[in-house]
Design a binder for this molecule. Structure first.
Ligand code: GLU
Length: 452
């Protein structure tokens, strides 16, 4: 098919999705990125053409929206909105995290669920895609309030999930503590002890390395990308945004492999530490996180080598590698331009969809090694998959065993991205590679299972 006709096909498809899903900018952004790379592939494959595969994949199998009423410490009734998007179960039970954050809405969760389908497919493990959450702000809430909220959320959610149906996990605002409360409530209502959630504590079925897995996987993926240029992490500098679970894992592994992390950030600004963020500093990071503090400024107060830059993102700092680890759309075109002007070699996304579409295109146009979150952050959900396996066989693996499997999975994802993403001049377009590789497995399963 001629280039012009393919472009038209992409535009028509995006226009249809936009008309069906008005006021959902994040969902549309995720769909646009996939359509631009997958439609040109579909038109070359008669077995996929005309089967409405992308049309089916952009329509959730099921969306559950529910009231979450709970009572705060003052005795006042609060009402939040809970969601679970069951996006695609062609290759396994729905699988994906739960996000508690005031920005949670249908568009954000649909984009996350849509990306999760591709991400989970890339891991090669049998997991479909889903995502859930609530517009609840855990910041400033007491432990009891968090527990009551989790219980209220699970009281409804437990009717729709199960170890063979839908297996949620953590995401922003949902860590080990919340998973514990959610699991307790599920078990109480359903009277079942199963691997219905992942990211569980070690005492009740969790997996070693799961807390570190997303960040470690990101760094393993980055290593693979560098290798294609004969480079390694040792001696490289990195800028990191965020300082939640993902940033923590990235900082830990990147430092262990001999790199130096120059920045981390919170919603209040970023901190620049020319001595590098390592050792006791990472521990302090953990302490801050555990106390529910997400202000980067407090880190700068503790370590004199650190400089706090209020109200800005860290992308203006010169570095070899950038790891956006915070949240969607945190890296804009002007940030991409600053990174490229400063000679960035590699951008490894660790958050979900942290770069805007024009920022991504700027990286690709400048032939930067760039990986989309759905490929490079898949280590988190992959290790959730390994937790499910351990729960099913009722055994626990050692951290060495889980880590080795994680590394192998990340290498496999990198190879798949290269296979489908390599261009005529040898440049690997990891966005294209991840989308097509993720699509193929789901498409094969959907075709085999008929129109359902
Ligand atoms: N929320 C994580 C993600 O974005 C992990 C999901 C999971 O472990 O199910 O992939």
């Amino acid at each position: 098919m001629e280039q012009h006709n393919v472009e038209q096909k992409i535009q028509d498809f995006v226009a249809r999705i936009e008309a069906k899903n008005p006021n959902e900018p994040e969902f549309l952004q995720a769909v646009k990125e996939v359509a631009a790379t997958v439609i040109p592939f579909i038109v070359t494959k008669p077995e996929y053409s005309g089967k409405k595969l992308l049309e089916r994949m952009t329509e959730a199998e099921r969306i559950i929206i529910f009231r979450v009423p709970w009572v705060d410490d003052k005795g006042e009734i609060q009402v939040n909105r809970g969601f679970r998007i069951q996006m695609n179960s062609a290759i396994g039970p729905y699988k994906g995290g739960i996000r508690f954050h005031p920005t949670v809405n249908l568009s954000v969760l649909k984009f996350l669920a849509f990306e999760q389908v591709f991400k989970n497919s890339l891991t090669t493990l049998p997991m479909g895609g889903g995502k859930g959450g609530a517009d609840f702000d855990p910041n400033g809430k007491s432990d009891n309030e968090i527990m009551r909220f989790c219980q209220a959320y699970m009281t409804e959610l437990c009717k729709h999930i199960g170890p063979e149906t839908d297996v949620p996990a953590g995401d922003i605002g949902v860590g080990a503590r919340e998973i514990g409360y959610l699991f307790g409530q599920y078990k109480k209502i359903r009277n079942e002890f199963t691997g219905v959630l992942t990211g569980k504590g070690l005492a009740y079925g969790g997996s070693l390395i799961r807390p570190e897995a997303t960040g470690y996987g990101v760094v393993y993926f980055c290593e693979e990308m560098l290798k294609t240029k004969g480079e390694e992490i040792k001696g490289k500098t990195a800028t990191v945004s965020g300082f939640g679970n993902v940033a923590w894992g990235v900082v830990k592994k990147f430092t262990e492999l001999g790199g130096k992390v120059l920045t981390i950030s919170g919603p209040d600004g970023y901190i620049y530490d020319e001595d590098g963020i390592s050792g006791e500093k990472i521990d302090y990071l953990l302490e801050l996180r555990a106390s529910g503090n997400n202000r980067a400024e407090d880190y700068a107060k503790k370590f004199p080598s650190a400089k706090f830059v209020a109200g800005k993102r860290p992308w203006e700092v010169k570095c070899d590698i950038a790891f956006p680890c915070a949240t969607q759309n945190e890296l804009h075109l002007e940030d991409a331009q600053a990174l490229v002007n400063n000679g960035v070699m590699c951008v490894t996304e660790a958050a979900n969809m942290p770069s805007t579409l024009d920022a991504i295109n700027h990286f690709l146009d400048n032939k930067v090694l760039f990986s989309p979150g759905k490929a490079s952050n898949a280590g988190g959900v992959a290790t959730s998959g390994l937790e499910m396996t351990q729960n099913s066989i009722r055994l626990n693996w050692t951290s060495e065993e889980v880590d080795a499997r994680l590394k192998e999975i990340m290498r496999g994802i990198h190879n798949s991205c290269r296979f489908y993403g390599v261009e005529e001049d040898g440049y690997v377009n990891y966005v294209k590679g991840a989308n097509i590789a993720g699509f193929v497995k789901v498409a094969e399963a959907m075709l085999a299972q008929g129109v359902v």
